[in-house]
Design a protein around this ligand. Sequence first.
Ligand code: KE4
Length: 428
Amino acid sequence: MIYKRSSELFVEAQKVIPGGVNSPVRAFKSVGRDPVFVKEAKGAYLYDEDGRKLIDYIASWGPMILGHAHKPVVDAVVEKAQKGTSFGMPTAIETEIAKLAVSMVPGIDKIRFVNSGTEACMSAVRLARGYTSREKIIKFAGCYHGHSDSFLIQAGSGAVTFGSPNSPGVTQGTAKDTLLADYNDLEGVKALFEANSNEIGAIIIEPIAGNMGCILPKQGFLEGLRELCTANGALLIFDEVMTGFRLAKGGVQELKGIQADIVTFGKVIGGGLPVGAFAARSEIMSHLAPEGPVYQAGTLSGNPLAMAAGLAMLTELNEHPEIFESLENKTAYLHKGISEVLDKHKVTHTINCIGSMISVHFAPDAVVDFKSAAAGDNPTFKKFFHGLLERGIYIAPSAYESWFLNDALSYEDLDTTIKAIDEVASVL
Ligand code: KE4
């Protein structure tokens, strides 16, 4: 299907923006077509530049959990904007949203706002290194924590060797301090601690992963990481940029009853404006400037406009926790519908799903880590994506992403989606 206006805009964009986009996944390279340019959005729907309406299952990669242009959020932003958007000086609204976030999330006393999930994760790692005076961190293959150098690392030759950069511009000096483990492989993490005793300052993990599609921790995996960190004097960092305020008020910590040492946030916490945050108990956060020596700063951090959007969003979720149940029921309904039609057409697949996160993998076996996610049949995924897009359904333009449901989706939208998948599956 030709998206004439989007393609014209893409040509223009590429003249002045690298790859025509401000974030690579938007370029639709994984699905081999020009990206769709969005003109506006409302509720569960995107309206593209060619006048088409799309049912949105990405919600701007998570933030738009209540649907697009949600009135309480828009009203808060409009009202605040008229009083000035950023002062570079403290404002009362930062304390208000900080208190609300601290009241919603288990085990945190203080929170620092930044401008993206990357900044939150980068700062959390620096804080952990400063707090422990240790330089090495462990991350997991397939987990994404933003584009800070320490995270753009791929597995080294052996399971216990240092990582190596997976992007030009990242130095070997940085890579040597990032150790790679496989998601759900607790033995591999134990081996890293044994091979690098007293040198590992932190583990950073997506406690429920969303950057390999949606991948769930096996029973005992997160608990094991918690024990290993405690036993080895390392900090456990939960990257809840995707899951925070989405899977529950208190995120995965609440859902799984596991206490991280530092938690990072993004996406939902900003209500669609640029906000990230990291939080911990006071004893850790007291190491952060200007209270302590670990430096971190930002011109627009905590700006009143972004805080107004975030506060309106968190207030709605805090006052209406039934939203989480509604999202879970809608996602379960979609999961059941997709399974039934893919089974009907004998399409080899597996679906991972929790709360309002779901991903469809055209893989023969369970998808439990990056390797099993990569075993998915990508050509089939591309046909699946295109078939749905042509029928007005927007899912992630990559097999390595989770879908994010928003509560503006109706059961009629879900039925429309399931019917579209039924049609597409018949020709996969
Ligand atoms: P940002 O810097 O993009 O706000 O957040 C980085 C980040 C950190 N941690 C997790 C678990 C994340 O998923 C992300 C960003 N997620 C991607 C989607 N997979 C954002 C989309 C994009 O890169 O354009």
